[in-house]
Ligand binder design. Structure first.
Ligand code: OAD
Length: 248
């Protein structure tokens, strides 16, 4: 049982607009590997060989297989109590926004409604030539990199690769939400990948109270007003319970 600090409970009481800025750590308890750290994906795979456009052009099959492998893990995974707690916050606050760096779709599957996916969505695809859009189900069983049904172009996952721009409309709307929120929760992210990591900084600059939830301190810890160290799948439901019981 955590006894939350009084200033945090006071902020929860008066808040109406929340932003949850999430990273791979929130899905760790669902069985999806994070990127960094000892068990992280980037320890076993080289990002420059897998997550950039030039590698895809050089070896589309290798990149496609890597994404099919990650999709398989995602498909077999379920949202965890952290995702569900965030979704349920919508009952208690007038504006709850999720800004996620994750491509795994678990926030949506947990029921969150206002989601900004800064790095795309692994369940979506598009043609690199004519930009026709396809979703996961179209190529669920495709071992070989598929070709566009309209123009024959290569199909790639709709995720942001190294060196690519974030979807600008998504990012600017997320920034706008961050600039107007009362509390910004930073959940399960190392906070070192920009421009995504500007989201909590924008919130802070505009007066929001910053709460970090992570198993370890991060680059953003010194900026946070309150750091809660532990698993997000345990801490977020405790925050929800405090909200529900009007403990504050
Ligand atoms: P990282 O792998 O960099 O960081 C995951 C964070 O989650 C770390 O700070 C862990 O301490 C924390 N963590 C792990 N398990 C946790 C748990 N159960 N509860 C709470 N925290 C936990 O992942 P991201 O910060 O999401 O970009 O990485 C950011 C971006 O880097 C990704 O979106 C991806 C990657 O390159 C692209 O692919 C464009």
């Amino acid at each position: 049982m955590i006894h939350f600090r009084e200033d945090f409970l006071g902020k929860l009481k008066s808040a109406s607009r929340l932003v949850f800025f999430s990273g791979a750590g929130i899905s760790a308890e669902s069985g999806i590997p994070t990127f960094r750290g000892e068990e992280g994906l980037w320890k076993k795979f080289k990002p420059e060989e897998l997550a950039n456009f030039n590698s895809f052009i050089r070896n589309p099959q290798m990149v496609w297989e890597w994404y099919q492998y990650r999709r398989k893990i995602g498909k077999e995974s379920l949202p965890n109590p952290g995702h569900f707690a965030i979704a349920e916050m919508e009952k208690y606050f007038s504006d709850v926004t999720v800004v996620t760096q994750n491509v795994d779709n678990l926030h949506r599957r947990a029921g969150s409604k206002n989601i900004y996916e800064l790095h795309g969505n692994i369940e979506k695809n598009f043609c690199i030539a004519c930009h026709s859009r396809y979703d996961f189900l179209d190529f669920q069983e495709s071992v070989d990199v598929p070709r566009c049904k309209s123009c024959g172009g290569l199909i790639r996952p709709d995720v942001v690769w190294f060196g690519e721009m974030l979807p600008q409309d998504v990012f600017s709307e997320a920034e706008s939400k961050a600039s107007k929120c009362d509390i910004c929760f930073i959940v399960g992210t190392s906070g070192i990948v920009y421009p995504a990591a500007f989201i909590p900084l924008t919130a802070k600059q505009n007066g929001a109270y910053l709460v970090e939830i992570n198993i370890n301190p991060t680059e953003l810890s010194s900026t946070a007003d309150y750091s809660l160290y532990g698993r997000s799948g345990e801490i977020l439901p405790l925050i929800l319970s405090a909200v529900k019981s009007k403990e504050y």
